[in-house]
Design a protein around this ligand. Sequence first.
Ligand SMILES: Cc1cc2nc3c(=O)[nH]c(=O)nc-3n(C[C@H](O)[C@H](O)[C@H](O)COP(=O)(O)O)c2cc1C
Length: 452
Amino acid sequence: MTTDPIRWAWAAGLLLAWLGLIALMVLQKRRARRPLQTPTADGWTVVFASQTGFAEELAVMTAETLRQAGKVANLISISDVDLNALKQARHLLWIVSTTGEGDAPDSAARFVRQAMAAPAGLEGVSYGLLSLGDRSYRQYCGFGRALDSWLRRSGAEVLFDPVEVDNGDPGAIRHWQHQIGLLTGGTTEPDWAPAALDRWTLIERRLLNPASPGGQAWHLAFQPVDGTPDWQAGDIAEIGVPVAAGQDQTTLATREYSVASLPSDGRIELLVRLMMRPDGTPGLASGWLTQQAAIGDEVALRVRTNRGFHGPPADVPLILIGNGTGLAGLRAHLKTRALSPNRAETWLLFGERTSAHDAFYDDELTAWRTSGILSRLDRAYSRDPGDGRYVQHLVAEQAAEIAAWVERGAFILVCGSLEGMALGVNAALEAALARERLMELTETGRYRRDVY
Ligand SMILES: Cc1cc2nc3c(=O)[nH]c(=O)nc-3n(C[C@H](O)[C@H](O)[C@H](O)COP(=O)(O)O)c2cc1C
């Protein structure tokens, strides 16, 4: 038996998380029996469409998480949703499964027939979507995808990209919990599906932007203790961050970061922004990673597949767009292209604050541009006198050229902040390519995002 206190702490933490999960589920089962309400104009409406009960269970936990964060959250079955009330709802969270051969659950039959027959006027409504499915079926997440398409065509605004859960994948469920946490201002409640984390060692930490007018951005590197797992560009590192859980006890809360390196590097590299809370204290994970953890410390980490942000084959043209720490995920894609002799043209559009302090990985990007791995490199610096542009302005300026790349079959990958960048980039791409065309690229997997 191990005497290693860190392992014991992890084991105790995991056990606590499980107990918490069970308690939460018992509590929620009780609450689920409350009568269903119709959507409300304020607060959140959690709609579920479930055949065998899993989507409903996750909907109950989602509503409970929102309530614990002080939000008003209504839970409603899709069978009880009235389209007019839906139009009044401000924020919708959908949790739906697919059954049969790509079909909607039975409880959604009326909604599909009546509401989804044509686009509805859902302008002003924002939504998030969790789709349950199983990749062994031909129409993976068929209903979730049909619902997403209908919501977009109805003018609803997506809060974050749909999360798809393959056969109950715990990593995807934690990703959904993470997104809900971002909406509610961060939750430290135990993971619904605790991760089995691996042991890694923090081996390097470097501030990338000394004297920047923006928040500190740190380059971190971790080496595996028990052998390097496999992953791909676009995948996510989940990090177990110690949180105090009462007297002398710590548990782990997982946080997600885009991986900036490849297995062939033998290490996980991350680009982490130190987040500050309104009261001036550092964010839980970013504070711990950039200020508390010491070089040589063991860190609980695991790589999670993130299919929604994997790249195209190397011989397909690729446009990478991002800002700030979003360069992490884009860098892994660039590293992949660098290793592929048959690569097609590759273009990076990147935005940060100042050229003097925030040109992250400048040597590397410049070298890739010189060697032709990058066919084009365009950077915008919002605080540079004489520039003042954001990355979405680059997209707007290059609209015709981007449209030409897309005609040649290019994929577009976007990584970085949702509000500060991705919405603006989305609007600029819509203007460049036309709304219908961008939707078609989304639906065929040629426009992919990892935004937060
Ligand atoms: C009979 C049956 C048919 C299914 N068909 C599909 C399918 O076509 N596409 C898919 O992605 N998942 C399919 N699934 C997987 C379900 O979507 C998945 O198990 C989901 O977690 C069920 O959630 P629920 O309990 O809320 O209904 C099917 C499952 C069953 C039992």
